[in-house]
Ligand binder design. Structure first.
Ligand code: ATP
Length: 232
C-alpha cells in the first residue's frame, strides 16, 4: 500500500482530527479513490485539500467527517477512533458540514433551515429561534431571516448554510468546494467569513477546493493526486 502523510503543527497534545492509513475502494467500478492517506489536523488550522478532479478530495473529506467509512485505516477525533464514538452525535455536534450546492431545504426560510439542524444537536426547542437569529446575524443575514433559498442570492444561500453548520457549536467545519458556485466577490466574502469564524470562534477549517484564492488563505495546503498526498 502507498502511504502518504500530512501532519499539522499543533501546539502539542493530540491532533483534533486524524486519519491514519486511509484507503477507500468503491466496489462500484472498483475505483481505488484513496490509497493510503494519513493526515493530522491540529487545533487552530485551516487546511485546504487540493488536487485534480477525481483525485479523492471529497472522499477524504467524507471519511474525516464520518459521512463514509474507510475500506481500511482509522479516523480519530480528539484521540478516539470514530468507531468508538456515537457517530450521529459526532456529526451533529462536533462537525459542521458545508457543501458547494448548499443543500438547504427549499420550502423553509433561513431561520427554519438553521433550526432544523438544532434538532439533531439536541438544542431545546425554546432556545432555537434566538440561537438561529444570533447565528444568522453573525453571518451577516439579519435582514434576510424570513427568506427562503430562492429569494436569497447565491452568496447569501451559502451564508445560511454556514449558519446552519454552526447550529450546534462545532469545533470543526468541513467544507466541500464552499465557493465553487460563487462569483469572485462572493467567494472573497465567504472566505472572509470563514477566516473570521476561525479567528473569533477558534473553529478548525478543512476545505476541499479548486480555488487558488481559497488555498492561498489556508494555513496549510494538502495536495492529493491519484488517491495519495503529494508533497508540495
Ligand atoms: N460513490 C462512488 N462510487 C464509485 N466511484 C466513486 C464514488 N464516489 C467517487 N468515486 C470515484 O472515486 C474517485 C475520487 O472521487 P472524489 O469525488 O473523491 O474526487 P474529487 O477529487 O473530490 O473530485 P472533484 O474535484 O471532481 O470533485 C473518482 O474516480 C470518482 O469517480
Amino acid at each position: 500500500m502507498i502511504e502518504s502523510r500530512s501532519m499539522g503543527e499543533g501546539p502539542g497534545g493530540p491532533p483534533l482530527l486524524c486519519g491514519e492509513g486511509l484507503t477507500r475502494t468503491y466496489e462500484d467500478g472498483g475505483v481505488r479513490a484513496l490509497r493510503g492517506v494519513s493526515i493530522a489536523v491540529a487545533p487552530g488550522e485551516f487546511v485546504a485539500i487540493t488536487g485534480p478532479s477525481g483525485c479523492g478530495k471529497s472522499t477524504l473529506l467524507h471519511l474525516l467527517g464520518g459521512l463514509d467509512r474507510p475500506s481500511s485505516g482509522t479516523v480519530s477525533y480528539r484521540g478516539r477512533p470514530l468507531g468508538e464514538l456515537d457517530l450521529d452525535d459526532f456529526r451533529a455536534r462536533e462537525v459542521g458540514f458545508v457543501f458547494q450546492s448548499f443543500h438547504l431545504i427549499p420550502t423553509l426560510d433561513a431561520m427554519e433551515n438553521v433550526q432544523v439542524a438544532m434538532m439533531a444537536g439536541g438544542v431545546p426547542r425554546a432556545e432555537r429561534p434566538a440561537r438561529a437569529r444570533r447565528l444568522l446575524e453573525e453571518v451577516g443575514l439579519s435582514h434576510r431571516l424570513g427568506h427562503e433559498p430562492r429569494r436569497l442570492s447565491i452568496g447569501e444561500r451559502q451564508r445560511v448554510a454556514i449558519a446552519r453548520a454552526l447550529a450546534n457549536g462545532p469545533s470543526l467545519l468541513l467544507a466541500d468546494e464552499p465557493t465553487g458556485n460563487l462569483d469572485s466577490v462572493s467567494e472573497r466574502e465567504i472566505l472572509g467569513l470563514l477566516a473570521r469564524l476561525r479567528r473569533e470562534r477558534g473553529i478548525v477549517l478543512v476545505v476541499v477546493t479548486h480555488s487558488a484564492e481559497v488555498a492561498g488563505e489556508a494555513t496549510r495546503e494538502v495536495r492529493l493526486r491519484d488517491g495519495v498526498i503529494v508533497e508540495p
